[in-house]
Design a binder for this molecule. Sequence first.
Ligand code: GLN
Length: 245
Amino acid sequence: MKIRVGHLYPDYLNIYADRGNIAVVAERARARGHELDVRALGMGDGVPVGEVDLFYIGGGQDREQALVAHDLVRKREALHESVERGAAVLAVCGGYQLLGRHYVDVAGTKLPGVGLLPLHTVAGARRMIGDVLLDCAWAGKTLAGFENHAGRTMLDEGAEPLGRVVSGFGNDGRSGHEGCRYRRVYATYLHGPLLPRNPWFADLLLQEALAHAGVETLLEPLPDELERAAHAVSAERARTRGGRV
Ligand code: GLN
């Protein structure tokens, strides 16, 4: 099966080599006999509704976000329709912020978001930097990663976070929430790349993308020894020196 990936603004939003997440999904797909067909969705490009199984939008600093925000808003309707029709989305940091209603950056400029997720973000004076460990009770798993953001993200009442912060700051350093999920949209501050050390999450995205493509399948497990070791190191680092709330 060919899994169609739409990579939003790969030239602008790729901080900490976030694009490595796609390499992980590609490799894990290949191990199960599937292939990724990755196309860039950049400035001025249309979003082919129904023809993208997995969207990916990475992180960027305020400057890059300001460059893409208005173009992203032009893709709003198509993105909403895609998500309502079951497309999967992974959004990281700067990309996460732009999926909310708006982001007020460090300079006080209000950037519009696409409103796919019930939240908004306002930058604060102190950056929230460090290793993070999340408890994703909905999946019975943990996520380990690294955050570096000035934005404080406030979820609307009733919105589902991606996880509860065990160590680190998370969305705003106060609520104990990190990230957001809605239908098949998963958004997080965890950079990375995030997926090499959280293989269950990579497989979840792969499975969601396959479901959109019409393939309901259980992925057979992979050995994942290195991945599990990487997760353990990262989780331990978060426990011992993750940012304190
Ligand atoms: N500019 C945003 C912030 O600092 C996002 C940063 C990022 O993607 N690392 O909050």
